[in-house]
Design a protein around this ligand. Structure first.
Ligand code: ATP
Ligand code: LTN
Length: 331
C-alpha cells in the first residue's frame, strides 16, 4: 500500500547542506512509491519576528529549492502552510489535548526561550502546530533531521491520546524517518553544535546556493584538531568526523574507506577534495534554482499545491469536527 509522506521546512533563508542531507534529499527519494506532501511552513517562521518582505522572498526561495533538488510537482504536493487554513484550525484542537508540562520539556523551546518571560507564546506551542501539519494529512512517514525527534514523539503521543478518547481512527499515528548518516550535520566552525540557518557566522555552514569560492573557504577553514589524523571519532574529533560524514553523505562512500584513502595525507588534501565534491554536487541545484525562482511556473505550482492540500485538509477537519462534536455537522 502506498504511504503518505509529509514534511516541512521553515522559510528562514540560508538553507544549508544540513537541511539538504538531513531532510531534502530524503524528500526526493521518498517520491518513489509514496504519496508525498511537502510544505513551506511559514507560520512556524513567525514564532520569532520576521521582516515581511524578506519572509515572502524566503518562501519562494524554499519552494524553488524544493524543485531544484528534485521534488517533482507532478508527483508531489508542494504548498505554503498559511494558504491552508486547516493547519491553524487543527492546531487549536490539538492544543486542547496537549499538556503544558510536556510542552515545557521540549528542548527547542528551552533553547530558544531561555526562561525569557516575554518569549512569544507561539514558540511554546510551536510543536503543536507541527503536530497539526502532520496529522492534518494522515501522514504515515515524516522525514526530518534528528533534531526533530522529540517533536515527532509528541505528535505521536497526542495522536494516540486523541484516538483513545475520540475513536481509534481519528488520526493516523505517524513515524519519523531519520537518516543515520547525514541526520545531523554539525557546524563547520563549531562542530559541537548543529549546522544552523540562524548561526551568526556564515563560515559555520554551506548554503545550497553558495558559489565555489564560498564553499572552498568554509571547508578549508573548518575547525579540525591538531593530531592530523583522518579518523571518525565524534567525541574526540568532532570536526574531522563531521567532514567525514559530509563526504560520505555526498558520495555514498563508506566512512571507513575514506579514512583508509586519506591515511597519512593530512587535512589539507582531504578538505580540498571535499570542497570540490560539495561544489559539483551543489552546482546543478544552483542552476535549476536560478531558472525557476522568478518564474510564473513556481507560483502556479504553489497555487495548485494549496488546492490539492486544502482538499485533503478539509476532509480531515470534517472528521475531527464530527468526532469532537464541533459545529452543527451540516455546514
Ligand atoms: P534553525 O537554524 O532555525 O535551527 P534549521 O536549520 O534547523 O533552523 P529547519 O527549517 O528548522 O532548519 O529544518 C529543516 C529540516 O532540516 C528539518 O527536517 C531539520 O531536522 C533538518 N535539519 C536542520 N538542521 C540540520 C542539521 N544540522 N543536520 C541535519 N538535518 C538538519
Ligand atoms: N519543526 C520543523 C519544521 C516543521 C516540520 C513540520 C517538519 C514544521 N512542521 C511538519 C516536518 C513535519 C523544524 O524546525 N525543522
Amino acid at each position: 500500500m502506498t504511504k503518505r509522506v509529509f514534511s516541512g521546512v521553515q522559510p528562514t533563508g540560508n538553507i544549508h547542506i544540513g537541511n539538504y542531507l538531513g531532510a531534502l534529499a530524503q524528500f526526493v527519494q521518498l517520491q518513489d512509491g509514496n504519496e508525498c506532501i511537502y510544505c513551506i511552513v511559514d507560520m512556524h517562521a513567525i514564532t520569532l519576528p520576521k521582516n515581511p518582505g524578506e519572509l515572502r522572498g524566503n518562501i519562494l526561495d524554499v519552494a524553488a529549492l524544493y524543485l531544484a533538488v528534485g521534488v517533482d510537482p507532478a508527483r508531489s504536493v508542494v504548498f505554503v502552510q498559511s494558504e491552508v487554513p486547516g493547519h491553524a484550525e487543527l492546531a487549536w484542537v490539538l492544543m486542547c489535548n496537549a499538556y503544558t508540562g510536556e510542552l515545557s520539556r521540549m528542548t527547542q523551546f528551552k533553547d530558544k526561550s531561555r526562561g525569557n518571560e516575554s518569549a512569544p507564546a507561539g514558540l511554546f506551542v510551536y510543536p503543536i502546530l507541527m503536530a497539526a501539519d502532520i496529522l492534518l494529512y494522515d501522514a504515515d512517514i515524516v522525514p526530518v533531521g534528528n533534531d526533530q525527534k522529540q517533536h515527532i514523539e509528541l505528535t505521536r503521543d497526542i495522536a494516540v491520546r486523541v484516538n483513545n478518547k475520540y475513536g481509534p481512527d481519528t488520526f493516523v499515528v505517524p513515524e519519523g524517518r531519520f537518516l543515520k548518516e547525514g541526520a545531523r550535520i554539525m557546524s563547520l566552525d563549531d562542530p559541537t553544535s548543529k549546522m544552523s540557518k540562524s548561526a551568526e557566522s556564515p563560515l559555520s555552514r554551506i548554503s545550497l546556493l553558495d558559489d565555489a569560492s564560498v564553499i572552498k573557504k568554509a571547508i578549508m577553514r573548518a575547525t579540525t584538531d591538531s593530531d592530523g589524523e583522518i579518523r571518525f571519532d565524534p567525541d574526540r574529533k568532532p570536526g574531522v568526523s563531521n567532514l567525514l560524514t559530509i563526504h560520505s553523505a555526498f558520495t555514498g562512500t563508506p566512512i571507513a574507506r575514506t579514512e583508509r584513502a586519506y591515511s597519512g595525507r593530512g587535512y589539507g588534501a582531504f578538505k580540498k577534495d571535499l570542497a570540490e565534491i560539495v561544489e559539483t554536487s551543489l552546482a546543478p541545484i544552483r542552476g535549476t534554482y536560478e531558472e525557476i525562482r522568478y518564474s510564473e511556473e513556481l507560483i502556479r505550482v504553489l497555487k495548485d499545491g494549496a488546492e490539492r492540500a486544502n482538499a485533503i485538509a478539509e476532509r480531515t477537519m470534517k472528521r475531527v469536527k464530527d468526532r469532537f462534536g464541533l459545529g452543527t455537522g451540516r455546514a
